[in-house]
Write a protein that binds this ligand. Structure first.
Ligand code: ZN
Ligand code: ZN
Ligand code: FE
Length: 749
């Protein structure tokens, strides 16, 4: 006889780990017990030595699909001659660091049940099991027990209870277990809160109105969504008008993978991501078609596509049998609605009808957005299905909060070696978004029982997140924006030692007070040095130039052409005023932003003169790139005093203008510009003497630029890192800020 005490940490709660262990113990004739601890699970196992050894091996090899183990340890224990193997009640006295799972898309078994007329959960929209269903969006506290979720309001019926208590059932301890007799139900209303129908009839009605061109708000997993028939141009235009969303592409939900393939190119990695338990919106290359409304994704080569991920969505799409636009249920930049009353109030002017239910959502969790880059998932918006998985560091980080940036904000909290990154919160431009930001910071502290002594924020003095951090009365550190981007990449990839970080994005406050964004930084843990950057240019009107990109066009062009020529060329715009602003240095901050250089070139070649959402002009420039062209412009590198380099772009602008005047295709100009950037990266890397290259910043959401840069650097012997699970855009800033604190702390010891 042998007895061991096993401690397993990681994602082992809410994934069917205890029933798996129970079954394994029975199979191997092992006695003892298992209990959920706040860090994972603890097992006491006794049996004959060979079986104990098998048990230790199989625990790791055969663990449930959604589980992951971050640490596994065991010690010998005294034999107590247990009579059976039992699952003991959770204790909640210990430290709360057990990992909380994201919401998981409905599994195959549950899907079969909801479409099987013989099954007691036939067409029941809240069907789930230990392998799938809501988690993060319904948890109020840990440990993960039904009483700590919003499912506590529903008392289990006898049948559900029997399943819940049977270790051999798929729903053993499935905390959100429910059925048509005891669980939540859907109801269907018009936008004046008049009840129209209930239960399955509610879903049928929703489908019927969507088919008729109406807009229906649906309470989903982590918040409301607005749905409309994706093939109905009029319905989509109405949705855009009412939501004040001009051109930013709308995501779609398709009834099936086969249906997706009718309208999009799907490779095997994309298919895997689309069908995964994370079930994000995946960017897929469009196929030419006349079915999907043009205004779904105007001037874009990609569609944002997802598959139905809850039983509710599955049933609705089964009834509809046609793709729908599915966008966040919010007013422009506000957080998505999660509460029924709030939704009626806020979305009543957008949606004609409401499909709601009575299971409460604890926190907003938007749909995640991802694409495949170099065969790997690449996160653009990280929320449902991914948050709040942590990034794990190699040393303990004292309790702290990172407040993130301003756009695409996320926050982070540290607990032991875990850095928990929040779900996507969004741009902190509105009072409501700032409210959500504060709420999530509060929420994370409660959930993980962390009392932070330190807060880390951006260097920008005017960000609301910085001001908020200042007022907390904690130790406050500020981290330069682009340095934080690089640290985020370093944290995610666990890079050790010095790296050359290439950080290209829209804007970030620099240590010299200028707006940075075309940066090559030498980064070594808690220190960084600016090695090269785009030569500064004036941004006439500051923030205004981000939308009115012709302002940047005028600024760039005026550095290589006479005033008269610029005025002539920009005759449709008030170039005169802009030239004056620049000359007199009025409201024209200096910038080294790569994002703005993309804008300026899009303007100069008259691809677009306005941008209605962040990165639009750059995206359009990427869309027209001729992937087969190897022609290029050339950036010049000018050595500055401190052995660093200024990147001279004037020659590029001059040639762009020259090509344009000579009737060279915009597609070719775009390629020459993109290729020049890849060359620039290689040149600077060669000068830096560094071997490890890290890429981050929103400009690298440009798939062509990112993949070509990775290939070029790899072919030249560099070790290249970029971001995959954590957004390369400002959604990754909070992780970088926390990583700074981690290094600071480590190096002070
Ligand atoms: Zn399931
Ligand atoms: Zn039931
Ligand atoms: Fe940024």
């Amino acid at each position: 006889m042998k007895s061991v005490r096993i401690n397993i940490h990681g994602t082992v709660q809410g994934v069917g780990f205890r029933p798996f262990v129970y079954r394994l113990a029975n199979e191997l004739n092992i006695k003892g017990w298992i209990v959920n601890s706040s860090e994972g699970v603890t097992i006491e196992a006794e049996g004959i030595e060979k079986n104990i050894n098998d048990f230790l091996l199989k625990l790791r090899e055969e663990k449930p699909v959604n589980s992951s183990i971050t640490s596994f340890s065991f010690i010998d224990s005294s034999v107590k001659y247990f009579q059976l193997f039992e699952i003991r009640q959770s204790s909640n006295s210990q430290k709360k660091t057990a990992l909380i799972l994201p919401d998981i898309a409905a599994c195959k078994d549950c899907e079969e049940e909801i479409f099987n007329p013989e099954d007691r959960r036939y067409l029941y929209p809240f069907t789930n099991c230990t392998n799938c269903g809501p988690r993060f969006s319904i948890i109020e506290a840990i440990p993960y027990d039904r009483a700590n979720t919003t499912m506590r309001e529903f008392e289990m019926c006898d049948k559900c209870k029997a399943e819940y208590e049977n270790p051999f059932d798929r729903r053993f301890h499935a905390e959100p277990i429910a059925c048509p007799d005891c669980g939540p139900q859907v109801t269907f209303y018009d936008n004046e809160k008049n009840l129209i129908s209930e239960r399955h009839e509610a879903i049928v009605k929703a489908a019927q109105f969507i088919r008729e061109g109406k807009i229906v708000a649906v309470k989903g997993l982590g918040g409301f969504q607005l749905l409309a028939d994706a093939s109905n141009e009029k319905a989509i235009k109405t949705l855009r008008e009412r939501k004040h969303r001009e051109e930013k592409p709308l995501a779609m939900m398709f009834p099936s993978l086969e249906n997706v393939k009718d309208f999009c190119e799907v490779n095997s990695e994309e298919e895997k991501l689309l069908c995964s338990a994370h079930a994000p919106i995946v960017l897929l290359r469009k196929k030419e078609n006349n079915f999907i409304a043009k205004s779904i994704a105007p001037e874009n080569n990609y569609y944002g596509v997802m598959l139905p991920y809850t039983p509710l969505h599955k049933i609705l799409l089964e009834v509809l049998d046609t793709p729908i636009a599915a966008t966040s249920g919010n007013i422009s930049d506000e957080p998505i609605c999660i509460d029924n009353d709030e939704a009626f109030e806020k979305l009543g002017g957008i949606a004609d009808y409401f499909l709601v239910h009575n299971r409460k959502i604890v926190r907003q969790v938007d749909d995640s957005v991802a694409r495949i880059v170099k065969g790997k998932p690449f996160m653009i918006r990280r929320a449902r299905g991914f948050a709040p998985y942590p990034v794990i560091t190699d040393s303990e980080v004292p309790p702290a909060i990172a407040a993130g940036g301003h756009l695409k904000n996320t926050v982070a909290i540290s607990s032991g070696k875990n850095i928990f990154i929040s779900q996507h919160i969004g741009d902190l431009d509105t009072k409501e978004a700032f409210g959500a930001f504060k709420k999530i910071i509060h929420d994370f502290q409660n959930l993980y029982a962390v009392k932070p002594g330190t807060v880390i924020s951006d260097l920008h003095p005017d960000y609301v997140s910085t001001k908020f951090a200042e007022k907390l009365g904690l130790n406050h550190f500020q981290v330069q924006h682009h340095y934080a981007h690089m640290l985020s990449c370093i944290a995610e990839n666990k890079i050790e030692g010095e790296v050359l970080g290439i950080c290209w994005d829209g804007t970030g406050f620099g240590t010299d007070g200028n707006i940075w964004g075309g940066e090559f930084l030498k980064v070594n843990e808690d220190k960084f040095e600016r090695f090269a950057h785009l030569k500064y240019f004036p941004l006439p009107g500051g923030e205004k130039a981000i939308n009115e990109i012709w302002r940047t066009g005028v600024s760039l062009l005026s550095s290589v052409q006479s005033k008269e020529e610029v005025k002539n060329y920009y005759s449709k715009h008030d170039a005169d005023t802009i030239l004056n602003l620049i000359e007199k240095k009025i409201n024209s901050p200096l910038t080294s932003s790569m994002g703005r250089l993309f804008d300026g070139i899009s303007s100069i070649i008259n691809l677009t003169q306005y941008s209605s959402y962040e990165g639009q002009a750059a995206m359009q420039l990427e869309n027209i790139v001729d992937v087969n062209s190897e022609e290029r412009y050339e950036f010049e590198l000018i050595k500055s005093q401190k052995n660093n380099f200024d990147i001279e772009w004037r020659n590029v602008i001059k040639e762009v203008f020259f090509d344009l005047k000579n009737g060279i295709l915009k597609e070719t100009i775009s390629s020459k510009f993109h290729n020049a950037l890849v060359d620039l990266i290689l040149k600077v890397c060669n000068l830096s003497g560094m071997q490890q290259i890290a890429l981050s910043g929103g400009c690298f959401q440009n798939k062509f630029l990112l993949e070509k840069s990775i290939d070029m650097l790899t072919n030249n012997g560099y070790k290249v890192y970029w971001q995959s699970e954590i957004p390369i855009n400002d959604g990754g800033i909070s992780l970088g800020q926390m990583m700074y604190y981690n290094f600071l702390n480590k190096n002070r010891k």
